[in-house]
Unconditional design. Sequence first.
Length: 102
Amino acid sequence: MSDYQHEVEELERESATAARLFDVRRIIGGLFVVYGVIVTIAGLTASDADLKKAQNININLWTGVGMLALGLFFLIWLKLRPAVPPTAEELQAGREEGSAAG
C-alpha cells in the first residue's frame, strides 16, 4: 500500500472520530441529563412553601424528570444511529454535482 493511501485512510479515521465526538446530539443530551439531575434534586427537596407557591404541583420534579427523559432520548438516539461521515466517493460525487449545476 502506498504512503498516499495510508495517509488517506488515516485522515478518514480521524474524520469519523471527530464526527462522533462533536455530534450535537451528544452535547444536547449531556446537558439535558445534567440539568435534569439538578432540577430533579431541587424537586425532591422542595419545601411545603415552594409547593404552595405552585398550587401544590412539584414543578421542579416534573420538569427535571422531563429533562432527564429528553436527555436520555438524545443519548440513546446517538447510540442507535451514530454519525457516519461521508466517504471520499460521496464527497467527490457532491463536488461533481455542484460544478455541473453552477
